[in-house]
Ligand binder design. Sequence first.
Ligand code: URA
Length: 427
Amino acid sequence: MSEGFAAVDVIRTKRDGGVLSGAQIDWVLDAYTRGAVADEQMAALAMAILLRGMTPGEIARWTAAMIASGERLDLSTVDRPTADKHSTGGVGDKITLPLTPLVAACGAAVPQLSGRGLGHTGGTLDKLESIPGLRTRLTNEEFVGQLRDVGAAICAAGDELAPADRKLYALRDVTGTVESIPLIASSIMSKKIAEGTSALVLDVKVGTGAFMKDLGNARELARTMVDLGNAHGVTTVALLTDMSTPLGLAIGNAVEVAESLEVLAGGGPADVVALTLALAREMLDAAGLSDVDPAAVLSSGQAMDSWRAVVRAQGGDPDAALPVARETEPVRASRDGYVSTVDAWGIGVAAWRLGAGRARKEDPVSFGAGVLLHRRPGDRVRAGDVLYELRTDEPERFPAALAEAEGAVTVTEAPPEQRPLVLERIA
Ligand code: URA
């Protein structure tokens, strides 16, 4: 690794709008991972990057240096084509749960390294851990063995995978430097490339409940990530999808697992089914399995069999009852009309206030807490009908959650315009 830079010179270069050299990037990420560059120096550099941006060449080098900070998994002993999906995060986004076993049942292997929720967005690991007994920490040997035997694993990334990103992401979270396209793209793609998948489908969320609130920024993030993946030999495609309304009817942890089981059983909300199938088709295409029809596999029950095998392989009991919150509070419509908006941000924050999410990464989550929608945009309602219900074990949480959710759900005289779920595809 090249030596001889002073961190302050690297910071000044970016602060003044310059382009970092490859050697500067390699050095600063290596030195930061080793502890030779201090947190306050890296925080200043992250802020300079957020304000000044990075060239495509800098982003590519930054990503490569983050991958090189740790190990790269070797999936060559898995004899099926590998395909993974990553979502940039949303409200009610449980798609990984039905999608992973579905794509495995279609013949691919799905190496799904997932994260925890922070703030108003949920995390797949928190949802999965509401299943009694299920482990989300697997060794590399267990992970690769499960991909060979069962065709899918959904677990946390090991400590040796892109350690520079783990350290930098925690720092960005507390220094207001998360919302930078170069930093988000390199953070996500370094982990996905190091994980060893051959194909990757990105679900880039756009709307009030997403990191990216507008289409232009989401498009730029998607383009940046697709180019990074392809440059590293990972066949990468992105769908830009709407996150102005939560996905499905359930927002929380156990309630989202229950809704995913409905999808695997052949039912479930239409938007969750449609997005699961759209992403499955992209993953199968990217993995060279475009002749398999995921809709037929879903209705055959094979995806449910695959789910049960994944849960069992990770120590969970697929037949165990899921946690249910002790207290519920229904909210009713005050007038006749049509549900006009169910705003993802407001509902996501309400679920968080009820205990489904966490404020700091070391906080526990409540598995039973969350919001259950009874109506979606476009549905007809009469005064007195239940619009949604809040669920928690701690009723003192209701007032704050009600305040967030009330403004999020509106009823108007005329029906709203229907929005498409998939907005764009970027390959
Ligand atoms: N998710 C990540 O893994 N990294 C980011 O920077 C943002 C979201």
